[in-house]
Design a protein around this ligand. Structure first.
Ligand code: ADP
Ligand code: GLC
Length: 475
């Protein structure tokens, strides 16, 4: 099949979170199954890969606010896997992906309308007529609409469209005046099943409504988003469409995240020889300015957002740190969480290490050097860090929600520790279970081994997408 994959971030070129990881790895896995995959994404100002090559083609789109265009550049990742970058100085020439220190960019509706429609036009220009157009999150939702309205008389219209929800809470909602601004036909707003959502324009809803199939990134999250509690006001729509909604758990990039070959680590290790993990722990403590000793280390690497439950962790840590425990955090995001982490560090300078910022090398070092990795998420569509942790022999302590349920095994002979209630007592009890496990080396060893031996590579999940794509084509 020919697959056109559209995403607003694609690792290793651009990344704010797991979407970037998935947009880097899933297309590669589909290409490895023999499909032709082209990924389309913006060329943000920070994308400076020396392999970027002009295709000789460009995008040109007419909007009521003026014509917008720019060249299409490409990086070939593998024989059947190419990443196309849309260059446009006005929309993507500034630093930042979705926003900057002052908040979200005010023209994101224009920027991502440009990505969505520009990606379809790029495929046309390159004469790549896809069987499947695979969209990801709200930034690409308008492409589902454009396939049916705008490109309906072109060869692209025979493509089946799949929309993947990586996070239902981010919907791309804008005032209805953008209908005219972007030149979208008004009947799309007034139609019963259109782009309108509580009198606003909702890009994600548009994608969900016009796509032929909807996926999300774990089976548990697929069920949860059909409930009012986690449905973000779209649960009704998702229940109506439940026949074409499926949860497919993410995989991990098994080359980037392999403790046996990871060059970002000071030492490598594998289930047969774990000595390198101790070297990583020592280096992690050194980097975080903490004393080098045998105490257990609890780590976190996270976007600092409400979703991630950092506040719950802050509630519990002053008590948890009464035990002989170290805590290390790498993250960036909302200012009050950053402040909270810095304050915790100031209060417990010998036990807490904090790095505020986005740091790929440190994120690997935490996965390798920590003994436990904590994810007290309020909700978690899939989560990748817990899988990285398992692979690195670091026991995850996670809240039983979304993809965390589908990837971490609790119980006495599991590979991680799960807790149910989003409540300080429940998290504290889970951390204490971790400390008890740490005090019992043979049992800890067994937990680690079971985690490291589980296969989280993309091969299995890519097959599930493939099956879905084949089914859609037959419909
Ligand atoms: P989400 O996409 O909701 O942020 P995931 O667990 O799916 O959560 O993916 C997060 C990804 O972003 C992981 O690859 C993680 O290592 C990375 N990440 C998050 N924060 C940082 C940071 N401050 N520095 C480096 N990597 C980070
Ligand atoms: C989102 C979710 C995260 C998921 C990632 C990749 O950012 O918050 O749980 O792992 O997308 O699908």
């Amino acid at each position: 099949m020919k697959i056109l994959f559209i995403a607003s971030e694609v690792a290793p070129f651009s990344k704010t979170g797991g979407l970037g990881d998935v947009a880097g790895a899933l297309p590669a896995a589909l290409a490895a199954l023999g499909h032709d995959v082209k990924v389309v994404t913006p060329r943000y100002a920070d994308v400076k890969d020396p392999r970027l090559t002009p295709t000789g083609h460009s995008v040109r789109l007419r909007f009521p606010f003026g014509e917008q265009g720019g060249p299409i550049l490409a990086v070939r990742q593998a024989e059947r896997h190419e990443v196309l970058f849309l260059e446009n100085e006005r929309f993507f020439g500034r630093p930042g992906i979705y926003g900057d220190a002052f908040g979200e960019f005010g023209d994101n509706h224009q920027r991502y309308a440009y990505l969505s429609m520009g990606a379809l036009q790029a495929a046309q220009r390159l004469q790549f007529i896809p069987d499947i157009v695979h969209l990801n999150d709200w930034q690409t939702g308008l492409a589902a609409v454009a396939l049916r309205r705008g490109f309906q008389h072109t060869p692209l219209s025979r493509a089946r469209c799949v929309m993947t929800i990586h996070n239902l809470a981010y919907q791309g909602q804008f005032g209805k005046d953008i209908m005219g601004e972007l030149g979208l036909p008004w009947d799309l707003f007034t139609a019963h099943d259109g782009v309108e959502f509580y009198d606003t324009v909702n890009f994600l809803k548009a994608g969900l409504t016009f796509a032929d199939a909807i996926t999300t990134v774990s089976p548990t999250y697929a069920r949860e988003i059909q409930t009012p509690e986690l449905g973000c006001n779209l649960d009704g729509l998702l229940r109506r469409h439940q026949g074409r909604l499926v949860g497919i758990v993410n995989g991990i990039d098994a080359h980037e995240w392999d403790p046996a070959t990871d060059t970002l680590l000071p030492a490598r290790y594998s289930p047969g020889d774990m000595s390198g993990k101790a070297v990583c722990k020592r280096e992690l403590l050194r980097r975080m300015g903490l004393p080098d000793d045998e105490a257990p280390v609890l780590g976190i690497v996270s976007r600092l957002a409400w979703q991630k439950g950092v506040d719950l962790l802050m509630d519990v840590l002053p008590t948890a740190l009464q035990a002989d425990l170290r805590f290390v955090a790498v993250g960036s995001g909302e200012g009050h969480y950053e402040e909270g982490l810095r304050a915790l560090r100031a209060r417990f300078p010998k036990q807490v290490g904090v790095h505020i910022g986005f740091d790929r090398g440190l994120s690997h070092l935490v996965e390798a050097g920590a003994d436990f990795f904590v994810m007290p998420s309020r909700y978690e569509p899939c989560g990748l860090n817990q899988m990285y942790s398992l692979r690195y022999g670091t026991v995850p302590i996670v809240r039983a929600t979304g993809g965390l349920v589908d990837t971490v095994e609790g119980g006495l002979d599991g590979n991680g520790i799960l807790f149910e209630a989003f409540h300080p007592a429940a998290l504290l009890a889970a951390i204490r279970r971790g400390l008890a496990l740490y005090a019992d080396p043979p049992r800890l060893e067994a937990f680690r081994r079971r985690g490291m031996e589980r296969d989280f590579s993309w091969a299995v999940s890519a097959r599930r997408y493939e099956t879905l794509f084949f089914t859609l084509r037959k419909e």
